[in-house]
Design a protein around this ligand. Structure first.
Ligand code: G1P
Length: 270
């Protein structure tokens, strides 16, 4: 089973910081943001993380490649803790596929179709960090309880914010799990079926990957993952895990990125 991390976006909101440096490589406390997401993927049931990269962002690949010269230098200088860390990051089980054109999140995910084959797969969006690594195992449990159904993480958001997210319709079956009836990408507040926003962690059935091949451009002219999820609901069940906002950290805007740095820095060693 694979964990897919789409990383080919332009990082427009962070310009000029992201002019020459990918957004995914911006520092969060002591490591680039994408390293948290890769570590989360590798801590799950996935055996490999697949980064859906753009050809302009090779520095992401450098980060996860071995660097024996640096390790040797650090060891010679007696800096073994740093050497160990550099080795650990260079040995992570990460592979790459390329999204040649930025045509939307659904298109990015579809670029990894050959990697996922006939298996279920995770999608982890890099804009949100889940340093506790507990969300994917919980989603897996819910999927296992429902014959391998797709499970997505959702978070309650203020009503006026629904226009920034995918939003679900459905009904509660337990305190923190909903059965999903439909999804809509970035609805106007007056059209939103709930205040539960798709948060950026997905466990998806292989059928979603097949359906993505036929999804037409939707909101913003982009091929939306949300539209494939809505389509799969005609054939399969889907569940949503309502997450505690304290479990996940947004890094999608400069303000939320700074706040996340603050909170995670203060938690260090706590
Ligand atoms: C994407 C998804 C959206 C989801 C959001 C979470 O939107 O399309 O459904 O709610 O991520 O961060 P984007 O932020 O790429 O516009």
């Amino acid at each position: 089973m694979k964990a897919l991390i789409p990383a080919a976006g332009l990082g427009t909101r962070f310009l000029p910081a992201t002019k020459a440096q990918p957004k995914e490589m911006l520092l969060v406390v002591d490591r680039p943001a994408i390293q948290y997401v890769v570590e989360e993927g590798l801590a799950s049931a996935a055996d490999e993380v697949v980064i859906i990269n753009s050809r302009q962002k090779k520095v992401i690949e450098d980060h996860f490649s071995p660097n024996p010269e640096l390790v040797a230098m650090l060891r010679a200088a007696g800096k073994d803790a740093y050497a160990d860390e550099v080795e650990r990051v260079g040995n992570m089980n990460v592979s790459y596929v390329y999204q040649e054109e930025a045509l939307g999140l659904g298109h990015a995910v579809r670029c990894a179709a050959e990697k996922t084959g006939d298996d279920a797969f995770y999608v982890l969006l890099g804009d949100v960090l889940v340093p506790g690594n507990e969300m994917l195992p919980r989603m897996q449990e819910i999927s296992d309880e429902h014959d391998g159904a797709s499970v997505i993480a959702v978070m309650p958001v203020p009503h006026e914010d629904v226009k920034r997210f995918g939003v679900i319709a459905g009904e509660a079956i337990t305190d923190d799990v909903w059965k999903v009836d439909s999804l809509v990408e970035k609805p106007a507040p007056e059209d939103a079926p709930s205040d539960l926003a798709v948060f950026g962690r997905y466990l998806l059935s292989p059928r979603v990957m097949q359906l993505l091949a036929d999804v037409k451009p939707g909101v913003g002219g982009e091929i939306q993952l949300t539209d494939a999820l809505d389509a799969v609901l005609r054939e399969e069940e889907m569940y949503a895990l309502i997450i505690d906002p304290a479990e996940g950290f947004d890094t999608g805007t400069i303000e939320s990125w700074l706040q996340t740095n603050n909170v995670l820095f203060n938690r260090r060693g706590a």
